[in-house]
Design a protein around this ligand. Structure first.
Ligand code: CTP
Length: 400
């Protein structure tokens, strides 16, 4: 972030109060910050707070009513390396989508020479409204990067999607924006991604499953979308959500369903990234009604599930590129190499539960990539978002 010039646009939502924390983080990391606030945002955070924290005057009006001095919105646009608008309200979103410039922030947005990143914040029903969804799609088409709103408690007392991403998340998105050397490297490529766990039914109410959250697969999906790819995401049950006009999400429950979805889509894709934690076994028979307790201990007979990745490897054309994952508890590299060869992969992403911070239920991961030439690349412990970006960057370098 050192020396980066961030133009921070603040609009009138309650999440504006959190921006003070973001400014502190940006300043501490060496960034220069200037801010433009919409008149409505001044009801939620004082311009004095923003100017004190940024160390710069805040732009609010087109001109100063006392001195008659004009604020040059074009100059703001020329100065910035990136414009971040956070929080982004439904009103400013709609104006950005239609090219309305009735305040300084909007006029600056229309004059920008640099990329724009936005962090929407709205109440539950507003965020779900078709006009808001349509306007967000329009912004994406206009090459604006969207940091999606998160789920949680909203100021209205409702619970759901609409909270502005936390300052830490916005900070990470900004720093990965500056770290990214290439953009649009996967434009024109269709990527098939598997994610999440599979649930194998025992009876209508019980199943065999695992603790996979699906986060890694969703982060890889985001990283591929950010590079311009079209993505077919085939996911087991998960709480993760993602909407994007280049994303086709296919929800499945069992390994058999995931296998069918992969078989129908693999041929049309050029890249496969298989991060799903597929259950290796399923009950041989699914009880047609809820199994009752009995005096004897029941035994569930298991049979093998299809190995979906191995099928994709066996049906891989010369033009296709295939990436697998492996979670190992011992002999990480040897087991990884065996899987890479057996499943005909181009590279495999390894992680081990022996590493603190890696695994299903944590937000971080420590990965090693092993390729077909036995080259090992170890990465530092990082967020799953960063790990996903590393994997996608490695993928881009490997295919180009
Ligand atoms: N995989 C798959 N279908 C399966 C099992 C695994 O597609 N039925 C994929 C996973 O998505 C992952 C890779 O294969 O990309 C490795 O999964 P893993 O369970 O570690 O490997 P297995 O071959 O099942 O070996 P083991 O469980 O014996 O370690």
């Amino acid at each position: 972030m050192q020396g980066k010039r961030i133009l921070l646009g603040i609009t009138g939502g309650i999440a504006a109060y959190k921006i003070a924390f973001l400014i502190r983080m940006l300043k501490k990391s060496g960034a220069e910050v200037r801010s433009i606030m919409t008149p409505a945002s001044c009801d939620f955070i004082s311009p004095l707070v923003v100017s004190t924290l940024t160390g710069n005057p805040v732009g609010i009006e087109f001109w100063n009513k006392q001195t008659g001095e004009w604020t040059n919105h074009v100059e703001y646009g020329l100065w910035a390396d990136v414009m971040l608008i956070a929080p982004l309200t439904a009103s400013t979103l709609a104006k950005m989508a239609t090219g309305n410039s009735d305040n300084l922030l909007l006029a600056t947005y229309l004059s920008l020479k640099c990329p724009t990143i936005v962090a929407p914040a709205m109440d539950l029903d507003m965020y779900q409204h078709p006009t808001v969804k349509r306007n967000l799609l329009q912004l994406e088409d206009d090459c604006v990067t969207i940091i999606p709103a998160e789920r949680g408690e909203l100021a209205s007392g409702l619970e759901g999607e609409g909270r502005m991403a936390e300052p830490e998340t916005i900070y990470t998105a900004l720093s990965s924006f500056f770290n990214r050397t290439q953009t649009g490297s996967l434009k024109g490529k269709k990527v098939l991604i598997t994610a999440g766990p599979t649930y194998e039914a025992i009876d209508p109410v019980r199943f065999i499953g695992n603790h996979s959250s699906g986060k890694m697969g969703f982060e890889i999906t985001k990283a591929c979308l950010a590079e311009g790819a079209e993505v077919v995401l085939i996911t087991g049950p998960t709480n993760q959500t993602l909407t994007h006009h280049r994303l086709q999400q296919i929800d499945v429950v069992s390994a058999d369903e995931m296998s069918e979805a992969v078989k129908s889509n693999w041929e049309s894709c050029t890249i496969g990234v298989f991060s799903a934690a597929v259950a290796d076994y399923k009950p041989k028979a699914v009880a047609p009604s809820k199994m009752k307790k009995s005096d004897t201990d029941p035994t569930i007979e298991l049979v093998k599930n299809p190995d979906i990745l191995a099928w994709a490897g066996a049906n891989k054309s010369k033009k296709q590129y295939l990436v697998g994952f492996a979670l190992e508890t011992e002999d990480l590299l040897q087991n990884g190499m065996n899987k890479l060869k057996k499943k005909n992969l181009n590279f495999i992403v390894l992680n081990t539960l022996a590493d603190e911070g890696a695994g299903f239920s944590v937000d971080t991961n420590k990965i090693t990539i092993l390729d077909e030439c036995n080259k090992q690349t170890e990465f530092e412990l990082s967020s799953k978002q960063k790990a996903a970006e590393n994997i996608v960057e490695y993928l881009i370098n490997s295919i180009s």
